[in-house]
Write a protein that binds this ligand. Structure first.
Ligand code: FES
Length: 579
């Protein structure tokens, strides 16, 4: 071995030592049956795997890790797989968002504490991808994101069904009496047919797309179906590529620039991506010390047409997007709106990555001249009810409700909502604005995806399929409807939402980005003076730390102490210390 040729590799501080701790470090690998060849200057590549049987979307990540290892070995690296917590949307309560920052810390500290020169991030369900990116940025060693890919499309009685979006649609039909228990059970059995992420443009598919738009995933990898052999090939290719990135020490802070973040916002608008992406991108920017105000999202939304015709904003499923040419074809279509010279982990620019892409279905990926909607999927609202902003996914909303004034029906938290929403005596009609308080970052806790408040059953039965709904919660990327989310500041810390009362009126004007509580400023102040905070959800453990440090939605819901500071200083190296 020639130490000088590999001296830049971080792992050498562990492996090249001649003292007893060097022996201890090397013996840890010899104990696993590796020969001394693994110490011969190979970059050590961590494979950060969020596989878990508590998270069905991730079930194939073990096989994908093996494919990554093949790539790492063949490029001359030394792969080592390690687990982290996993955030599965369907089982974790009260919300995976409560644990996104915990997972990011798990990722960051696992990288920092070990002799790794690069890392391949294997992520899947909604929050795992931003958590892994946030952790890798803060650790700042070379990293590539490899996502799980969308699951196979569901098929029920001749109809294609897309996971969460279909579940919500059929739930309303079930409640309205349109389908019975037998059909409901059949849907349960075929809604999710394989490993992989939800088959619509939910948060997982969105964050996979944005990983590629940020330059952190290899081109063409975002939307390959989970069980398609090409996904394994993409994983192998990523393993091959990370070795070169590790040798050249190309770190996330060099890839995720302000321009890359703008590219991701642009793509999010063009694909009709999840509202959750706004929170995650702000958090990612915060880890880089970059400011990403909500105004930036709105500015880009106004200048970006919606082109991807995939549910919940459109008609098709994620498989269709892949067969139509995938994200690369979409990015080629909007390349004139992107920072094409942004560098990516492929070693090429965004423009170079998409230059050869071909679109095979112009109804799935619309041309710029014939968009699905003339502007972006998500817009930002401001007003006296949301001084620090709120968002609405206009592409998944009802056009006739985008300008609306209605009488408020208030629910004081999710339990209150569940208790009363289907009460036949509830004073609500189709024009009402349903408001829920206490579901924000602190109030939820964890800002759960409760924002698409259920339509009261008596209105469903009368044929009402959508109403204006408003809260400080988030909603699943698979959801649809005229739903105002992320109202900031949240009610639990005394935002104006806290003092909204039954019978007040709210005015929504999406075209003018306005959201107003039609109550005088004096009366709002009087109510705020009388408002008292609710008791905290947690008094010990992680939950207590969460409540003390969580930031609001407009700040990305990161912990205040995890954002980059002038002295954050990257990975650090404790290898000189005894274990
Ligand atoms: Fe995992 Fe939707 S439940 S991506």
């Amino acid at each position: 071995m020639n130490p000088s040729s590999t001296s830049k590799l971080r792992s050498r501080s562990w492996l090249d030592r001649t003292d007893r701790w060097g022996l201890a470090h090397r013996s840890s690998f010899r104990a696993q049956g590796f020969s001394t060849h693994v110490f011969e200057g190979r970059p050590v590549i961590g494979i950060c795997n969020s596989w878990s049987e508590l998270n069905h979307c991730s079930l194939h990540l073990k096989q994908m890790a093996e494919a990554v290892k093949r790539g790492v070995w063949s490029a001359g690296g030394f792969p080592l797989e390690f687990p982290t917590i996993s955030l599965g949307e369907l089982l974790m309560k009260p919300s995976t968002m409560l644990y996104r920052n915990l997972m990011s810390m798990d990722v960051e500290e696992s990288i920092r504490a070990h002799p790794l020169d690069g890392v391949v991030l294997l992520g899947n369900c909604d929050k795992t991808v931003p958590a892994q990116l946030m952790g890798a940025i803060s650790a700042d060693i070379p990293a590539i994101m490899v996502t799980a890919g969308p699951q196979l499309r569901g098929m029920w009685r001749g109809q294609e069904i897309g996971s969460g979006t279909a579940m919500r649609k059929y739930w309303d039909e079930y409640r309205a009496g349109g389908i019975g228990a037998e059909e409901w059970s059949e849907i349960e059995g075929c809604l999710v047919r394989s490993a992989g992420t939800c088959g619509v443009m939910g948060t997982a598919s969105t964050m996979a797309a944005l990983s590629e738009a940020l330059g952190m995933a290899l081109p063409g990898s975002a939307d390959i179906p989970a069980v398609d052999s090409r996904r394994m090939a993409a994983a192998e290719e990523s393993g091959y590529r990370i070795v070169a990135l590790a040798r050249d020490n190309v770190c996330p802070t060099q890839i995720i620039t302000a321009q890359a973040l703008e590219n991701a916002i642009r793509v999010n608008m063009a694909i009709g991506g999840s509202t959750n992406a706004i929170i995650h991108l702000i958090a990612i920017a915060g880890r880089l010390g970059l400011s990403l105000p909500l105004t930036k999202f709105d500015e880009i939304s106004r200048a970006t047409p919606l082109l991807v015709n995939v549910q919940p904003s459109g008609k098709y499923l994620m498989e269709d997007l892949f067969y139509a040419g995938g994200l690369r074809a979409l990015m080629k279509e909007i390349v004139s709106l992107l920072h094409g010279d942004a560098m990516t982990v492929s070693g090429k620019t965004i423009a170079e990555n998409v230059a050869q892409a071909v679109c095979d279905n112009r109804d799935v990926i619309r041309p710029l001249g014939n968009p699905l909607k003339p502007d972006g999927g998500t817009v930002v609202l401001w007003g006296n009810l949301a001084p620090r902003g709120a968002v609405i996914k206009q592409s998944a909303a009802s056009t006739h409700l985008l300008k609306h004034r209605g009488r408020v029906v208030v629910f004081d938290g999710y339990e209150d909502l569940l208790r009363r929403v289907n009460d036949p005596t509830l004073d609500v009609d189709a024009k009402s604005v349903m408001v829920m308080k206490g579901a924000g970052p602190k109030g939820g806790p964890g800002m759960p995806e409760w924002g698409d408040l259920p339509i009261p059953e008596k209105l469903l039965k009368a044929g009402i399929k959508d109403m204006v709904r408003l809260s400080d919660a988030r909603m699943s990327g698979t959801s649809f409807g005229t739903v105002i989310l992320h109202v900031a500041p949240e009610a639990a810390i005394g935002g104006p939402l806290a003092i909204v009362e039954n019978g007040d009126e709210i005015e929504l004007d999406v075209a003018n980005r306005r959201l107003e509580l039609l109550v005088s400023a004096d009366e709002i102040n009087r109510r705020l003076q009388a408002w008292r905070p609710p008791p905290p959800h947690f008094e010990r453990g992680y939950g207590k730390m969460y409540l003390e440090h969580i930031l609001q939605a407009d700040q990305g819901c990161d912990f205040d102490f995890l954002r980059a500071t002038a002295t954050s200083g990257g990975i650090g190296n404790f290898a000189e210390l005894p274990p």
